[in-house]
Design a protein. Structure first.
Ligand code: ZN
Length: 258
């Protein structure tokens, strides 16, 4: 390749994305709900789907077989284009989610920082490797469509999971609710429901492609439990109890008379 197409390609992707995002009524609604302190995980989910769909459209319009050398998205092109654009998706979604989670914590009187998960680089690498392993871009371009939306939703699932786990481990009783949207498959229908953190199904955070199920959680009263849930084991609990017993024994033992 004597000509590096990536800088110009990224430039047009950036401009196209920013313009579509700026004009998106759904994103405007999401931002307004946040301003009014009314945003929930449903809105974070909607926000992520919209961001994902915009990026999918932008990639579809800008990355074409005609543009790519040999009609193939070689690794060094895929690596730079996909990493930059998915990083931006991550930054936008996590930024919005963090603001909403902060608000939810405040509303529930929980004095805890909103948790932010890391970007799942494995998922990004998976897309880069698959798209660049195919010699004919036209045969694999679907990968830059719906899977980009699924990737964006998975960021919300990660945010929710890290906040729920953090709060549960801090002694709160978060409830997780998963709802189906539209016609749901058997698997999704079986996962729908409201669960206590400690009784949730293993697959609660998982989704298949085109799955628009929503996952929400309620931090509960914001009050900590008086006792640790039986299912949550503080790894140092036994040691602490043992240490306290020892202290008591020492205190109770009468001082030897001299
Ligand atoms: Zn689903």
């Amino acid at each position: 390749m004597d000509n590096d197409i990536v800088p110009a390609l990224l430039e047009s992707i950036r401009n196209d994305f920013d313009q579509r995002a700026f004009n998106s009524a759904k994103l405007k609604t999401a931002v307004q709900l946040l301003k009014n302190k009314k945003a929930t995980y449903i809105d974070i989910n909607d926000y992520s789907v919209e961001i994902g769909q915009i990026l999918a459209e932008v990639l579809g319009a800008n990355v074409t077989a005609e543009l790519l050398p040999d009609g193939r998205m070689y690794f060094n092109i895929a690596d730079r284009v996909i990493n930059e654009t998915l990083q931006k998706n991550y930054d936008l979604i996590v930024g919005y989610a963090n603001d909403v989670q902060t608000q939810l914590n405040r509303d529930a009187n929980i004095h805890m920082r909103a948790q932010v998960p890391d970007l799942n680089q494995d998922r990004v690498d998976g897309i880069v490797n698959r798209v660049s392993s195919e010699a004919d871009f036209d045969k694999i371009k679907w990968l830059l469509n719906e899977p980009i939306v699924t990737f964006s939703q998975s960021i919300v699932d990660d945010v929710l999971q890290s906040n729920v786990e953090f709060q549960a481990k801090s002694g709160l009783r978060p409830k997780i609710t998963r709802r189906v949207v539209g016609k749901a498959c058997k698997w999704c229908s079986s996962l729908a429901g409201s669960y206590d953190y400690f009784d949730k199904p293993e697959e609660i955070y998982q989704r298949h492609e085109r799955c628009r199920c929503t996952v929400e959680y309620d931090p509960g009263s914001g009050r900590r439990q008086d006792v640790w849930s039986k299912k949550w084991v503080d790894p140092q609990r036994e040691t602490k109890i043992e240490a306290r017993k020892q202290l008591n024994i020492k205190k109770k033992t009468p001082a030897p008379s001299a």
